[in-house]
Design a protein around this ligand. Structure first.
Ligand code: SAM
Length: 386
């Protein structure tokens, strides 16, 4: 186990050493001898060197089944053999890295005690989590008995004792009612284009603890499927947490750069379901709206023109400041238009400044307004207009 011992910073009063677990994917790759492939060509050359031509032909046919949407057929072939399953996992290291980085950021302030990996396949991510969170109990389920067999072998080879694998279907597996999880992970395992999606998410949500976090990454490759996924989350009684949700970037087996949304959600009953506008604003960040639209239209005429052209829009909050020295009146307003928030500043002297941001970042505006109010109160009388 990799760990960094951090010495106490000062004094004898702290006599405990804190161990930070820094076990990372690289450690895992070394331990499992999992090989990362730079290209499909390199991958097939490796298979050519390991297996007889007839077997490679069979594997090529199995791989083609993925394109025909016959996932079960594909997994039945590759999970038939431990080494083979691991070799295929070598095609997904970049994706695993992106998912792991995201999980660790989401868990930076928590230490999950019970983790479920739903649709765990041959247990790569499940075993990584068991290594990274040695005090947690981890369960992996998968519909494929062959997948579970290989996952158990992997756990055994890694001498893991905090992990268990079971055959189960995501849409109707069941644990004891008391068995809830702090973290539920599901990667590329849900039926994202079928009506079963709601049933699957509902069943996962049922097993999430009150403060638990569910992390879903699926290949939601077009806006319709992305929207359907957010809707299905809402209909299944769980609530997307757009602060922890993130667009993941990784390289696929063909070496193409892929960007897809990954959703974090909770089952907090006091939380409002995510509105379409909020979800849309998160989904639009793929086009880098955060950096490209967080513009300050310093040119005042342009700011005013654009602000007047964006319709319909509603005022969400606003303040008016009358400067004590009589130098003028200043307005600072937050408007909403569809999935965008507009921060508009203007004065009776002609100053105009417009910023357009994805609506799901609106929570950050509280701080912007607070700072503005603190500063402005020193020189002006303030009036809340909304
Ligand atoms: C692309 S693999 C992903 C495996 C693992 N999550 C990972 O990322 O390494 C998809 C897995 O989902 C499993 N799966 C598909 N439908 C399922 C279902 N209804 N219930 C449980 N597992 C399912 C498949 O058997 C397969 O192992």
């Amino acid at each position: 186990m990799s760990g960094t011992n951090l010495a106490p910073t000062s004094g004898d009063c702290i006599n405990k050493w804190i161990t930070v677990n820094t076990y990372c994917l690289q450690d895992f790759l070394e331990e499992t001898k999992l090989k990362r492939f730079e290209s499909l060509h390199q991958f097939w050359r490796e298979l050519d060197s390991k297996y007889p031509p007839q077997k490679v032909k069979e594997l090529e046919r199995a791989y083609a089944k993925l394109e025909d949407n016959d996932e079960a057929g594909f997994y039945a072939t590759i999970f038939s053999d431990y080494e083979l399953a691991l070799t295929f996992s070598g095609l997904r290291i970049s994706l695993c890295q992106a998912v792991i980085d995201w999980i660790l950021v989401c868990l930076s302030e928590s230490n999950p005690q019970k983790i479920l990996d739903a649709g765990c396949g041959n247990g790569i991510l499940t075993c990584f989590l068991a290594k990274r969170f040695p005090d947690a109990t981890i369960i992996g389920i998968d519909i494929s008995a062959e997948g579970i067999e290989q996952a158990r072998k992997l756990a055994l080879n890694l001498s893991l004792t905090n992990i268990k694998f079971e055959v189960g279907d995501i849409k109707d597996f069941s644990f004891d009612a008391t068995d809830s999880f702090d973290l539920i992970l599901s990667v590329a395992a849900l039926e994202v284009t079928s009506p079963f999606l709601i049933k699957q998410l509902h069943n996962l949500g049922k097993h999430l603890s009150e403060d638990g976090l569910m992390l879903n990454f699926e290949k939601l490759s077009n806006p319709q499927i992305q929207k359907y996924f957010v809707q299905a989350l809402g209909e299944s009684g769980i609530c997307a947490d757009l602060e922890k949700s993130k667009w993941l970037s990784y390289e696929n087996a063909d070496g193409d750069e892929i960007h897809l949304p990954a959703f974090a959600s909770t089952k907090k009953s006091d939380q409002e379901p995510i509105s379409n506008d909020l979800a849309q604003s998160f989904l639009l960040t793929e086009f880098n709206l955060l950096s490209s639209l967080d513009l300050s239209f310093k040119q005042e005429a342009l700011s005013e023109l654009l602000f007047n052209q964006i319709n319909p829009k509603q005022l969400v909050r606003g303040y008016k400041a009358g400067f004590n020295d009589g130098s003028g009146t200043y307005w600072f307003e937050q408007w909403q238009s569809g999935p965008f928030a507009l921060l508009y500043e203007h004065t009776n002297q002609g100053y105009r400044n417009l910023r357009i941001l994805p609506l799901y970042l609106a929570a950050n505006f509280d701080q912007i307004f607070e700072e503005w109010l603190d500063q402005t109160a020193k020189y002006a009388d303030l009036e809340q207009i909304k």
